[in-house]
Design a protein around this ligand. Structure first.
Ligand code: FAD
Length: 295
């Protein structure tokens, strides 16, 4: 890595500003706080919908009452159940790679403020970023993981979540697998893993949909948004930003056409081609990285 790379100066020169980081739970809490009271229901899991000429009736599991709406937007992530009813195209592909993530105390050896660290031995990678003002570092580690052992790292679970019930032995097993995957790596990487509370380590497989399978985002009164519409790889770190752009275009289209199928068609037309270009780029980066061609 060039001396300047990974520093705030590098980002300012190449992107016009320093990189900014936001903890996932804080982003979600900030977004939730601006919604009108009573609108958000985190207990009801979508089960299926019925579409009629004037609207959609959405059904949930666990005894929650159905909801009648003019439109349904499935933003239920990479393993979207809305997508499965709309497109019936099965789950995304497993890419043969595992991801571990955690938050560790800022170590004494950290190179300096505004700096991120990257350890690279293709196709393995660890990247770590300090969370400003927190005294903590968020890290992500990617390593090949055989499909035959996918069940060990959570199988095809629907989200990048921790155990619903915190179980220390499960956390310790996740940490042990991360250490196993990065056996022989430098002391700093092991230090980061070991200093992380095992219960705060998440572990899951890396999945992706092929761009050609992600052309359709809307039919009638039902649309998809974010990872439900297309699942890129994590290599461009663009998934959330792209989901925000989807939401912006969807809002514009509904503002222009009202809550109608025309609005959803206009949203798809406005967003799908640009998002596909990012999707393709992220997949190319992943493939180059797996083949050791990444520069
Ligand atoms: C390791 C890793 C690193 C990443 N780094 C970055 C990064 O640096 N920058 C970036 O922009 N992106 C990054 N991403 C990508 C980003 O996390 C996703 O693209 C983004 O979360 C997609 O947002 P979404 O709202 O579409 O889906 P999600 O964030 O997955 O949200 C979907 C929601 O739907 C809910 N849900 C699922 N099923 C149901 C159901 N049946 N009923 C009701 N609710 C349901 C889930 O609980 C969840 O709350 C990263 C991803 C990974 C895995």
């Amino acid at each position: 890595m060039a001396a300047e790379e990974g520093t705030a100066a590098h980002y300012i020169r190449t992107h016009g500003g320093p990189y900014s980081l936001c903890a996932w739970h804080e982003l979600q809490a900030t977004l939730a706080a601006v919604l009108p009271t009573g609108l958000l229901n985190t207990e009801a899991a979508f089960s299926h919908y019925e579409e009629g000429p004037a609207g959609v009736t959405v059904h949930f599991g666990g005894g929650s009452r159905p909801v009648a709406a003019r439109l349904l937007v499935g933003c239920d992530g990479a393993q979207s159940a809305v997508r499965q009813q709309l497109l019936v195209d099965g789950p995304p592909d497993y890419l043969g790679s595992a991801i571990w993530r955690g938050v560790a105390p800022l170590p004494g050896w950290w190179p300096g403020p505004g700096t991120y660290c990257l350890w690279l031995r293709q196709p393995l990678i660890v990247r770590a970023f300090p969370l400003p003002g927190r005294g903590t570092v968020v890290w992500q580690a990617y390593a090949p993981w055989p499909a035959a052992r996918l069940a060990d790292i959570g199988g095809r679970r629907a989200a990048y979540v921790q155990d619903p019930v915190a179980r220390r032995e499960a956390g310790e097993a996740r940490k042990a697998r991360a250490l196993e995957a990065f056996d022989g790596w430098c002391a700093e990487v092991h230090d980061l893993f070991c200093a992380t509370d095992a219960l705060a380590i998440t572990e899951h497989g890396q999945f992706c949909r092929r761009p050609d399978a992600c052309k359709v985002w809307a039919r009638g009164r039902v649309a998809l948004l974010g990872d439900a519409a297309r699942q890129p790889t994590q290599f461009l770190a663009q998934g959330t930003s792209q989901a925000f752009e989807d939401a912006l275009e969807l809002g514009r289209a509904v503002g222009e056409h009202g809550p109608t199928p025309e609005a959803l068609a206009a949203y798809e037309a406005a967003r799908q081609p640009g998002a596909e270009a990012v999707h393709r780029h992220s997949l190319q980066m992943f493939e180059d990285f797996q083949a050791g061609r990444f520069k």
